[in-house]
Write a protein that binds this ligand. Structure first.
Ligand code: 4AD
Ligand code: MG
Length: 461
């Protein structure tokens, strides 16, 4: 018999026929003669109630029907007579695939803290919370691909191993096959001619530079892949391995880019509201009151745009005392970003034209000589979710900046070629996928929106 998913069983409009469902027991209660089993198979946030007359199974099998056990159940789908009309399965045959000893299975029915669940990360997908998060993760990823496809963007696969530092910030994990206990030396330094690639290589921090190469040939591309940062930031917003969406567009200026980011955000959140109502309801109930109203609000409103210089002014005249004092030229700290998005504007806000000294070498220099055409989109409750810019398309300016910052010009020769030949105005941004998920799920810690988090000192599985 073909298996029916719980999601489809619960959506049934006809009853009385036989179905087979398979999943894991969430809870079991009942009397001497009868058990009510809540079955989850992960296809939806909701469980299917199984009604089992004990006379249908052996005592031995009955003893194995505890929380966490994997079972298959065949029976008749009926509308239950309970207070709210709902659907249940009257079990005729039941099979246990794998029992879960109640003495040792860690996920018993009481609510577990997210901290505890992090310690048993391998079992998190069994829980209601992580089921909802993982389904939303899928929905947002799918919606993002759909958005770009509808707009005529091409999905570009950029390398994970790279020989350049896209952000110029030096926060990279090195990739090497050299024996670390006996490194080949030449004139006192490591001799990389013996390394796998014949030169130092790292895990990428961003696919942007390669994205620019493709955009300056096929127009509009996006990447969606893992990126790696070896920054020692043990916060609720930083991962050492995270996923980033990076569109790059020929002939876009900064304003076009902000509009694109806004449309992408609206599309992704609207998709989640439409396709994951049960997951959002569950998360709203457990973690963030008003979650769905918050998302609906964002979908219905424009992203505010504010100049960095005006943002500094707003912060300075806010009457707030911040841990990091506010001065023009500083990088905004999370407390500042959150004040702007949460308290002042109360919605996502794009801060533009940052001082060039705090931004990456590739951003387009403004005519004032002090700022660059950058944009960060800051979100209530989180801070920066999007970082992007118009790119410096003028060869002399770009070389000047690389030189000024003391970056190794020879590593960027291929990048500079795009400015040497047929250079064109272009722009792009990076959206942190897990930061977007934090906003969409109401979860407070980025470790809880990625299946297998990597953070300083922590690399399980
Ligand atoms: O602002 P970032 O560093 O920008 C770039 O990497 C550009 N090359 C993007 C581009 O223009 N194509 O990173 C972009 C976004 C941030 O806004 C943030 O949402 C996320 O990536 N991000 C992180 N997310 C989780 N953990 C970290 N350690 C992150 N660092 C950045
Ligand atoms: Mg940034």
């Amino acid at each position: 018999m073909v298996r029916t998913k719980v999601k489809d069983a619960l959506a049934a409009t006809e009853f009385g026929h036989t179905v087979l469902v398979k999943g894991w027991i969430r809870t079991r209660r009942g009397s001497k003669k009868l058990s009510f089993i809540e079955l989850s198979d992960g296809s939806t946030a909701r469980n299917l109630q199984l009604v089992l007359e004990h006379s249908r199974v052996t005592d031995e099998l009955l003893a194995q029907l505890s929380t966490g056990a994997a079972i298959g159940a065949e029976g008749t789908l009926v509308q239950s007579q309970g207070k709210e009309q709902s659907i249940e399965l009257q079990v005729e045959r039941l099979e246990v695939y794998g029992p879960a000893d109640p003495e040792t299975y860690p996920l018993q029915k009481k609510a577990h803290s997210l901290e505890f669940l992090r310690e048993i990360g391998h079992l998190r997908p069994r829980t209601a919370t992580f089921g909802a998060v993982l389904r939303l993760r899928h929905s947002l990823a799918f919606a993002i691909h759909e958005f770009f496809h509808q707009r005529g963007f091409f999905y570009l696969h950029t390398p994970i191993i790279t020989a350049s530092d896209a952000e110029g910030a030096g926060e990279m994990f090195q990739v090497t096959t050299l024996p670390l206990d006996r490194l080949p030396l030449a004139a006192g330094a490591v001799d990389y001619s013996h390394d796998f690639f014949g030169k130092p290589a790292h895990l990428t921090v961003s696919g942007q530079l390669e994205g620019e190469l493709a955009a300056l040939g096929i127009g509009e591309i996006y990447t969606f892949g893992p990126t790696f940062r070896a920054e020692n930031s043990n916060t609720t917003r930083h991962l050492a391995e995270f996923w980033m969406i990076e569109p790059e567009m020929a002939f876009y200026d900064l304003r076009d880019t902000i509009a694109l980011a806004q449309d992408l955000l609206h599309h992704a959140l609207r998709f989640a509201l439409q396709h994951n109502p049960d997951d959002l309801a569950l998360l709203e109930d457990k973690y963030e009151p008003g979650l769905r109203a918050k998302l609906e609000n964002v979908v219905a409103s424009e992203v505010v745009v504010v100049d960095y210089t005006d943002a500094i002014d707003i912060l300075q005249t806010s009457g707030r005392s911040f841990d990091f004092p506010v001065t023009w030229g500083m990088d905004l700290q999370t407390e500042h970003e959150r004040y702007l998005a949460e308290t002042h504007f109360q919605r996502p806000v794009a801060v533009i034209n940052y001082p060039k000294a705090i931004k990456a070498f590739y951003m387009r220099q403004n005519e004032d000589g002090k700022t660059v055409a950058a944009m960060d989109i800051l979100f209530p409750g989180i801070g920066e979710v999007v970082g992007g810019s118009q790119r410096e398309e003028r060869l002399d300016r770009l070389e000047g900046r690389i030189h000024e910052l003391g970056l190794p010009m020879e590593n960027y020769s291929w990048y500079l070629d795009t400015r040497r030949f047929g250079t064109a105005p272009h722009s792009g941004f990076g959206m942190g996928f897990e930061r977007l998920l934090l906003f969409c799920t109401g979860m407070g810690n980025i470790r809880d929106v990625i299946p297998f988090p990597r953070t300083p000192g922590s690399c399980e599985f």
